[in-house]
Write a protein that binds this ligand. Structure first.
Ligand code: DGY
Length: 327
């Protein structure tokens, strides 16, 4: 059995790479997420899985699919995968780090500017025929030059966001992380602060952390209450890191000034969500890595990972660093 299942249409180059390595490929091409049971059934007869989209890969999945010998995710985030369970069932899991750093940071940066100048809302006013005459006291945003950017999770994507903010807008960078980031401190003069200090001192607070038990819902009412009234909240990481109801409330009562979201909770966001009507809010449909160049690199990387593992080699982007120890 030499078959790999891919759970979305991806670049032909990536599919061909798997075929040229000697594997048959099944592509699930419907525009509808699979339930876990459907995925388990589709995995029958396959030894590899290239998982794209929100597939829940937990102990039940690995137990139900003993024939799956390798899983390559086409994402940097792996919050839908129980890595410990995968290791227990002897399945290596890889992700696609680094290749999406710039594209994802671009979206965070774009959201920062868009919110500060209310651009999405302004576009809608033109569509509604509300661009009538010039009023110097209307449509006013805020400047971000020289202000403070707080980065929650200053890893590789957070670093790219901080770099743009520092070099393009002379922003002062503060950050909160599990570990200090020496490179950011040296190159960007970034300053490590506590979580509360990050909330209190950021004019723009941009989230780039992984979703974990530690970060789930951490931006809640009490966090928003510690933020500045002029603060802009940006999330281009995972929607579950902020509590959406608390964010809506914080914006409605002007506890904070605005928000830019590339990720929501749930996804997709419903079209009647009140955030979509707010002047100081910009929402995008999780397109952080969505450029032709980046998606091509992610697909190729995922294909290379699944092929490597199926051939008995080490996966280049293995997530669990301990996986190959003692083997
Ligand atoms: C990622 O790579 O994790 C992006 O958010 C797409 O899911």
């Amino acid at each position: 059995m030499k078959k790999v299942l891919i759970t979305r249409r991806i670049s032909d180059n990536a599919v061909n790479l798997i075929k040229e390595a000697g594997y048959e490929v099944t592509v699930y091409a419907e525009s509808k997420d699979l339930t876990q049971q459907q995925l388990i059934e589709m995995c029958e007869g396959h030894c590899g899985l290239l998982s794209v989209g929100p597939n829940q890969l937990d102990a039940n999945f690995f137990k139900s699919c003993p024939q799956i010998k390798a899983v390559a995710l086409m994402s940097v985030g792996y919050d839908k995968v129980d890595i410990a369970a995968a290791t227990k069932f002897d399945v290596p899991i890889s992700n696609t780090p680094d290749v999406l750093n710039e594209a994802t940071a671009d979206i965070a940066f774009l959201l920062m500017l868009s919110v500060a100048r209310k651009t999405f809302y302004m576009h809608k006013t033109i569509e509604r025929g509300e661009w009538t005459f010039f009023d110097p006291l209307k449509n006013l945003g805020q400047e971000i030059y020289g202000k403070t950017l707080g980065v929650f999770g200053l890893g590789r994507i957070g670093f790219e966001m901080a770099k743009k903010a520092k070099y393009a807008y002379g922003m002062n960078i503060i950050y909160h992380n599990r570990n200090k980031n020496a490179k950011a401190e040296k190159q960007l003069k970034a300053q490590y602060v506590s979580f509360d200090e990050l909330l209190e001192q950021s004019d723009v607070l941009s989230v780039h952390a992984n979703l974990s038990d530690e970060t789930k819902g951490i931006f809640n009412r009490s966090a928003f209450e510690k933020m500045r009234p002029n603060a802009i909240f940006i999330n281009a990481a995972r929607g579950a890191i902020h509590n959406e109801n608390d964010l809506i409330k914080a914006l409605q009562d002007q506890t904070i000034w605005g928000a830019g979201l590339d990720v929501t909770n749930p996804e997709p966001m419903k079209k009647d969500n009140p955030l979509l009507q707010m002047e100081n809010v910009c929402v995008l449909p999780h397109i952080g890595s969505a450029t032709e160049e980046t998606r091509e690199k992610m697909a190729i990387m995922a294909a290379e990972n699944v092929v490597a593992a199926l051939k008995g080699e080490q996966m280049p982007q293995i997530i669990d660093p301990g996986f190959y120890l003692d083997k």
